[in-house]
Design a protein around this ligand. Structure first.
Ligand SMILES: Nc1nc2c(ncn2[C@@H]2O[C@H](COP(=O)(O)OP(=O)(O)OP(=O)(O)O)[C@@H](O)[C@H]2O)c(=O)[nH]1
Ligand SMILES: [Mg+2]
Length: 266
């Protein structure tokens, strides 16, 4: 059955507007690569992969010499997955390998342990679609949270957050959290060199220092589903601090001031 509306009723005009908007969105749809660093995450990959939304065009799994069936599980769950072996050691090396292999206009990164829900990816893309260059998740914005943070990690994150806000003149609400998305065209600007967990801080530091338009979106961190954490809170925290200090912008460098937007902020 088809329905026809008479010319120029309010309903028809609204209908046309909706179609035009949908058409605009389809025309401007950007391709999306999802980069997933994984080391011994065979038991968590099925949960992560089955939730990847349709807006993702390419999944790049970066293996870190896993001793379990991570690679086999990844191809079993998602035959189209691109698996690459990381160059060097550590999560930072893995992400840099994955970013170089990615081909999408937008890159999203999430962990493979089930602590980040792929269902949130469209929220990040929304901000990239609306002109932001770098979008990071925040567990501290209304609508976000963590079921995973221990007291020690939470205190460490707060302290490092104060440092980044002070040194970079930012107003971020979270720092040590690896759910981020950015335009691939800014990969060179981000100029990433970190090898370990401090890469997330380096990405934020370089995005702020370069004046990229940065947004935060609420994100809910879940507990890792199975297996062991690879993070060492004290030594990795120290590496983050060293990175933030080493990469801080000179006092007066004429760079564009950082523009940060948090969802819900006016
Ligand atoms: N390829 C690769 N992936 C890594 C490496 N180290 C960590 N990862 C992955 O990076 C992601 C984050 O590591 P986690 O061990 O979960 O660190 P975390 O989230 O801070 O710790 P938990 O909260 O306890 O899970 C996971 O998907 C890991 O498998 C590595 O050296 N190489
Ligand atoms: Mg984790």
């Amino acid at each position: 059955m088809s329905t026809t509306l008479p010319e120029s009723t309010p309903a028809r005009r609204a209908d046309d507007r909706l179609l035009r908007r949908a058409g605009d969105r389809a025309r401007t749809r950007h391709t999306v690569s999802l980069v997933v660093p994984a080391r011994d995450e065979a038991r968590n990959i099925p949960w992560v992969f089955e939730q990847i939304p349709r807006c993702v065009d390419e999944v790049v799994l970066v293996d870190g010499e896993s001793r379990d069936a991570t690679l086999r599980m990844a191809t079993h769950c998602l035959p189209a997955v691109r698996t690459v072996r990381q160059r060097g050691h550590g999560k930072g090396s893995a992400l840099r390998t994955g970013f170089e292999a990615a081909t999408g206009e937008y890159i999203v990164m999430i962990d493979a342990d089930g602590s980040m829900s792929p269902g949130e990816i469209p929220h990040y893309l929304h901000f990239l679609d609306h002109g932001y260059d770098f979008v990071k998740g925040s567990r501290y914005l209304a609508g976000g949270g963590s079921l995973d943070l221990t007291v020690v990690r939470s205190l460490g994150n707060r302290a490092l957050l104060a440092v980044v806000n002070r040194l970079y003149g930012a107003r971020l609400t979270d720092l040590c959290y690896g759910y981020c998305a950015f335009r691939r065209s800014f990969l060179e600007t981000l100029d990433l060199r970190s090898t370990g967990f401090e890469i997330e801080a380096e990405m934020v530091a370089h995005a702020l220092r370069s004046g990229l338009r940065l947004a935060e979106v609420p994100s809910l961190e879940l507990p890792r589903r199975n297996g062991q954490s690879h993070l060492h809170a004290v030594s990795d925290g120290r590496r983050v601090l060293r990175t933030l200090i080493a990469e801080r912008p000179p006092r007066k460098d004429g760079a564009r001031p950082a523009q940060t937007k948090a969802v819900g902020e006016r």
